[in-house]
Design a protein around this ligand. Sequence first.
Ligand code: HEM
Ligand SMILES: *[C@@H]1O[C@H](CO)[C@@H](O)[C@H](O)[C@H]1NC(C)=O
Ligand SMILES: *[C@@H]1O[C@H](CO)[C@@H](O)[C@H](O)[C@H]1NC(C)=O
Length: 340
Amino acid sequence: MSRLTSFLVVLSLFAFAPLCLAGKKYGGYLYPQFYQHSCPKVEEIVRSVVAKAVAKEARMAASLLRLEFHDCFVKGCDASSLLDSSGVLVSEKRSNPNRNSARGFEVLDEIKSAVEKACPHTVSCADILALAARDSTVLTGGPNWEVPLGRRDSRSASLSGSNNDIPAPNNTFQTILTKFKRQGLDIVDLVALSGSHTIGSSRCTSFRQRLYNQSGNGLPDMTLDQSYAAQLKTRCPRSGGDQTLFFLDPPSPTKFDTSYFKNLVAYKGLLNSDEVLFTMNAESRKLVKLYAENQELFFQHFAQSMIKMSSISPLTGSRGEIRRICRRVNNKPLFKCISS
Ligand code: HEM
Ligand SMILES: *[C@@H]1O[C@H](CO)[C@@H](O)[C@H](O)[C@H]1NC(C)=O
Ligand SMILES: *[C@@H]1O[C@H](CO)[C@@H](O)[C@H](O)[C@H]1NC(C)=O
């Protein structure tokens, strides 16, 4: 290197170091006022785009809420779920829980581009998703809560994490509870958050096993109401119709209410993972009965559990990055922070 080049390199290290360190100042925890000065309008922008999307298609509220779950259960709430495949990065969109059912990515693109316009390179995709999940809940009639903010975005995804860490609809009660506990969530969080299935839809392929061959002995799931099962079978045959959609809560598919829990008590839960909350464990059965009769308690627990789930191992401080586009990681910066 010439003397001039080395001089410039040294100079630029000094020039960039303070910027790098600034990111560490509030590192380590999330709080609702994180963007108070840097992007005071972010909550308003997210809410308005989500409201528009849900007005156009009611199911979008459910899809955005589910995305937050699938994001947070895979190496924390870091927007890893939003990345497309690119180069060596394999998208979580290809995983069993996501393939042919995770949706809402275009809405997040639209929110991100509106937020970037107002506050360039400031708000993470992970925070946008956490806000969109809260707004989706409120817009469908559910509880409101303050969303702690300050998450940063991952530079990687985990296909195996998505396949293994997100519970499957035919997992046993114990497996599902274990997967929640691994995330620091408990049985109250499991039952309250499953209440998300008060909105949205499921494909036939996610519950067919219950209708025809629950345990490999050729018999249906005996804990499923027979007339409901007969009704489901007409549109979810033994083979074919895999992608046909069914409401998770037929009595009120777009209303965030206690109807989901009432269904479980009546043996009319759509997914096996829903019904087992009532049939396989005394503690969760008690919670299902409580929530079925007490909307206030369900809403209170749901809000608390969403805050808990949305705080699973976030990237904070100078870890991760603020993506410019939620579908892909930023290009590597010219100067890497010495401190990170
Ligand atoms: C407890 C374990 C859980 C299992 C096994 C599970 C499984 C599923 C399955 C299989 C579907 C339907 C996918 C399809 O076939 O199209 C679904 C939909 C959905 N899930 Fe879950 N889920 C669970 C917990 C959660 C949690 C914790 C949330 C949110 C906090 C959530 C929110 C939703 C929503 C809103 C939908 C509807 C999505 C749409 O209509 O686009 N689920 N879930
Ligand atoms: C659960 O469903 C998956 C996918 O359909 C299937 O491969 C698996 O064998 C099922 N597991 C059990 C225990 O039935
Ligand atoms: C039920 O599933 C088992 C194993 O998964 C299979 O061997 C059996 O043939 C199936 N029975 C029917 C009636 O489909």
